[in-house]
Every structure is written in structure tokens, then in C-alpha cells.
Design a protein around this ligand. Structure first.
Ligand code: NAD
Length: 266
């Protein structure tokens, strides 16, 4: 096991120092690992969380202890007014936003076709599509006002490429929307020097699979991964740091970075 599998990656990205990063759903899993890594690089992290207040406090304490700054912003991102309020609170705390990480998302529940309801489809699309669209709108308006460009990092999924596992088609399609829209937003916002990319995790060991996947389902997924193991949140961190950094990825936009142990090769 290497350091990024087991613990905290020590990647050092100098141009992230002092940058303001807004992360949605940042109290657990991949978002929390990215938030801590931005903190270790001296960034100012506006961390949105919904239900996991204690976990959010721990992430915030870790960021501060490692030399970054953090402010916690509670809010259910599916509420229509949440993105405007959370964006405004991040700007009130740190004066600007340089990087947006649209991380909040979930499968909601595994549901076969014959059990679809409008309520279920709305819930998946509200969380994985509509709130992302609102954050793109509100944060890009803010970045345009600042006039110095920015980086937006969406979170798609390997499910967008293969259609999802059992009962997760609507979630997979929602993540496909994010991948497609990432390419379109990249072209539309390039005139404002805003780069838009996505990280597409494979099977990553987070509370996501604790909620939605059985041990048997995880074993079946693992069998399809050339590296023959499930990834960790820390192993996703490098992709976020890279895409956030103007120095490292200033000529990169409209890309979907697959972090999946070789499970899917575009
Ligand atoms: P996670 O459950 O730990 O993280 C999701 C975060 O989103 C949580 O902190 C949760 O509280 C937050 N969230 C959910 N609903 C919210 C709401 N209404 N308002 C605000 N926050 C909300 O799981 P994760 O695996 O770290 O997921 C992070 C992202 O990665 C998600 O977009 C997920 O779809 C995506 N993803 C995960 C995997 C995986 O294998 N774990 C694979 C592909 C994509």
C-alpha cells in the first residue's frame, strides 16, 4: 500500500496557496479528502455540508491544523436557493472564489425500471444534475465579476460510461449529463478564462458504497478492475489538485479525468 492509498497524499502544489476553493458535500468521502488536501496546500476552503456536521467540523479542524483556512457552510444543495446562498457565504468569508468543486451527489437508492416513480427520478436529478447547474451559474457569474478566471471541477462517475450497476441507471445517466455538460460549459466559459473539467471516479471506498452496495456487489465490481482492488478517496485527490492548479493544468479544459484502476479505458 502506498501513501495515497492509506493516508494523506503529500502532493505539494504551490499555486494553490491562498486560493479560495468552494466544495459541495465536503464532509465525507472524496470531497473531504480533496478538502483536506487543498488545506494542506494552504488554500482557503469553503466547505458545504448537509447532514454530517460533526464530520464537517473534523475536516475543518484538519484543514486549519495543516496550514489552510476553512469555513463551514451548512445547506441542502437540492434546495432551489441553496447555491446562491452558499456562493454568497463563501464570498463573504473569503472575498472571492477561485475553484468550485461540484462534489455533492448520490445514488439515492437502487431502483429497478418497474419501480420508477416521478418522485424517485426527481430526487436523483435534483441532487446529481439540477443543483450542479445552479452552482455552475452562480459561481461562474461570481468568477466573471472577479475577472481573473477560475477552475470548475465537476464529479462524474464511471457509471456514466457503462450505464451503471443494478438499479442505478438514472444516477448513471445523470452523471452522463454532467460529463457532457462539462464539455459544453468548458467551451462556453473559456472566454472568461474559466476552465471546466470533471473527475470521474471508479469504485472508491467511501460512505457511498456503505449505503448502496453489498459486499457481493463490491466483489463483483472489484473483479472487473485490472488493479484488482477498490480505490480510496485519497487516490482521487491528485486529480482535483491538478485540475485546480493553473500552473499544472492551465491548458486543460473540457476533460473528464478517469480515476478507476483501469476499470474503464476511454
Ligand atoms: P459520500 O456519500 O461520502 O459523499 C457525498 C457527499 O455529498 C456527502 O458528504 C453527502 O453528505 C453530500 N450530499 C449528499 N446530498 C447532499 C445534499 N442534498 N446537500 C449537500 N450535500 C449533500 O460519497 P463519495 O463517494 O465521496 O461521493 C462523492 C461524489 O463522487 C458523488 O458525486 C458521487 O456520486 C461520486 N462518485 C463516487 C463513486 C464511489 O465509488 N464512491 C464513484 C463515482 C462517483
Amino acid at each position: 500500500m502506498n501513501s495515497s492509498q492509506s493516508g494523506q497524499a503529500t502532493l505539494c502544489v504551490p499555486d494553490l496557496k491562498g486560493k479560495v476553493i468552494l466544495i459541495t458535500g465536503g464532509s465525507t468521502g472524496i470531497g473531504a479528502a480533496a478538502a483536506r488536501a487543498f488545506g494542506r496546500n494552504g488554500a482557503k476552503v469553503a466547505l458545504n455540508y448537509n447532514a454530517s456536521g460533526a464530520e464537517a467540523e473534523r475536516v475543518s479542524d484538519g484543514i486549519k491544523a495543516s496550514g489552510g483556512e476553512a469555513v463551514l457552510i451548512q445547506g441542502d444543495v437540492t434546495q432551489p436557493d441553496a447555491s446562491a446562498r452558499i456562493t454568497a457565504e463563501a464570498v463573504r468569508a473569503f472575498g472571492r472564489i477561485d475553484v468550485l468543486v461540484n462534489n455533492a451527489g448520490a445514488l439515492v437508492r437502487r431502483t429497478p425500471v418497474d419501480q420508477y416513480t416521478d418522485e424517485f427520478v426527481d430526487a436523483v436529478l435534483d441532487l446529481n444534475v439540477k443543483q450542479v447547474v445552479r452552482f455552475i451559474r452562480d459561481v461562474s457569474i461570481q468568477m466573471r465579476k472577479q475577472g481573473s478566471g477560475g477552475s470548475i471541477i465537476n464529479v462524474s462517475s464511471i457509471a456514466a460510461r457503462h450505464g451503471g450497476g443494478p438499479g442505478s441507471v438514472i444516477y448513471a445517466a445523470a452523471k452522463g449529463f454532467i460529463a457532457t455538460a462539462t464539455r459544453g460549459w468548458a467551451k462556453e466559459l473559456v472566454k472568461d478564462r474559466i476552465r471546466v473539467n470533471a473527475v470521474s471516479p471508479g469504485v472508491i471506498d467511501t460512505p457511498f458504497h456503505e449505503r448502496y452496495s453489498t459486499a457481493e456487489q463490491l466483489a463483483a465490481m472489484q473483479a472487473t478492475i485490472p488493479m484488482n482492488r477498490i480505490g480510496t478517496s485519497e487516490e482521487c485527490v491528485g486529480a482535483f489538485l491538478y485540475l485546480a492548479s493553473e500552473e499544472l493544468s492551465g491548458y486543460v479544459t473540457g476533460q473528464i479525468m478517469e480515476v478507476n484502476g483501469g476499470q474503464y479505458m476511454p
